[in-house]
Design a protein around this ligand. Structure first.
Ligand code: CP
Length: 318
């Protein structure tokens, strides 16, 4: 897909689920992001989104998603409004999500929504006159995180096909895992899964991976993983999703990566994590040459600039 086709494909488009993206869509965003990557020299960004307004509506805590979207919009000359404290808005008076979205859509050009309810972003998009970007809906999906994850994998390994990727941690509640695993099925990859029995991948997704012929190993500890993996995608246990706090206590210390535990994989291994980390990745892993999780977080601005520009930018009129 060339640049003009990419702008046509994304113009005014909501981003709800990684499942909605075909391979060409994913590659179009990753290719567009190269333009906004600050690596390799000083970067003067053109005010490509001057006069455009981004609204960030966050019903759950966030550091990276909200601030990187805001940074992306500001770097492109646009403006931002929104909230990170929903109890200080009219939601606390009982306003419905549909009504609030309908109103906010009349104040802005694009909305990023994070919400604890699965399906909230799709529901919001049905009430919105402007594109809605899913910033995470419960345990379901986090598709813009997936775009920056793919960008980081491709940038750090040089490819997306031919990789062995292992997901480690909370595979049950981790929305970044669900989105990224779905997106990776567009490529020639083998997916392995590491985590406690009670936090295994949802059946639907596991069956999808298996039906695609991409299922590698499913193990309980990183020590059981084959040594030839290329990418290890670690996640924290999603404490906030557990209906019973006792269930969280049972698994909270079930796994922990250390520098020593990674030695047998060699220095070419790339280690990603959507962050925040709690204690599942020891600080000494930061010294591993393949630890790219802070670069991954930085790529969030780059990729979200590309996405906002594809959806809203002047090129979209091409
Ligand atoms: N990766 C991610 O979604 O981080 P935040 O929760 O800080 O936005």
């Amino acid at each position: 897909m060339d640049v003009t086709e990419a702008h046509r494909a994304f113009r005014g488009r909501s981003v709800i689920s990684a499942e909605d993206f075909h391979k060409e869509d994913l590659l179009a965003v990753l290719d567009a992001a190269r333009r906004f990557d600050p690596e390799g020299g000083s970067h003067q960004y053109e005010p490509l989104l001057q006069g455009r307004i981004l609204a960030t509506l966050f019903h759950e805590p966030s550091t990276r998603t909200r601030l990187s979207f805001e940074a992306a919009m500001l770097r492109l000359g646009g403006q931002v409004l929104g909230f990170a404290e929903p109890h200080q808005t009219s939601f606390s008076k009982g306003e419905s999500l549909a009504d609030a979205i309908r109103v906010v859509a009349s104040y802005c050009d694009v909305i990023v929504l994070r919400h604890p309810m699965e399906g909230a972003a799709r529901l919001a998009s049905e009430s919105s006159e402007v594109p809605v970007l899913n910033g995470g809906d419960g345990s379901n999906q986090h598709p813009t995180q997936t775009l920056l994850d793919l960008y980081t994998i491709r940038k750090s390994t040089g490819r997306l096909d031919g990789l062995k990727v292992a997901f480690m941690g909370d595979l049950r509640y981790g929305r970044t895992v669900h989105s990224l695993a779905n997106a990776l099925l567009n490529f020639d990859v083998q997916l392995s899964f590491v985590g406690p029995e009670s936090l295994r991948l949802p059946d639907v997704l596991r069956q999808r991976v298996e039906a695609a012929g991409r299922l590698g190993s499913e193990v309980s500890s990183v020590e059981e993983l084959d040594e030839d993996i290329d990418v290890l995608y670690a996640t924290r246990i999603q404490k906030e999703r557990f209906p019973d706090p006792l269930d969280y206590e049972r698994v909270r210390s079930a796994y922990r990566l250390t520098r020593a535990s990674l030695d047998r994989f060699g220095d070419d291994l790339k280690i990603l994590h959507p962050l925040p980390r709690v204690d599942e990745v020891a600080m000494d892993v930061d010294l591993h040459p393949g630890a790219v999780y802070f670069e991954q977080a930085r790529n969030g601005v780059t990729v979200r600039m590309a996405l906002l520009h594809l959806i809203l930018g002047e090129g979209a009129d091409a």
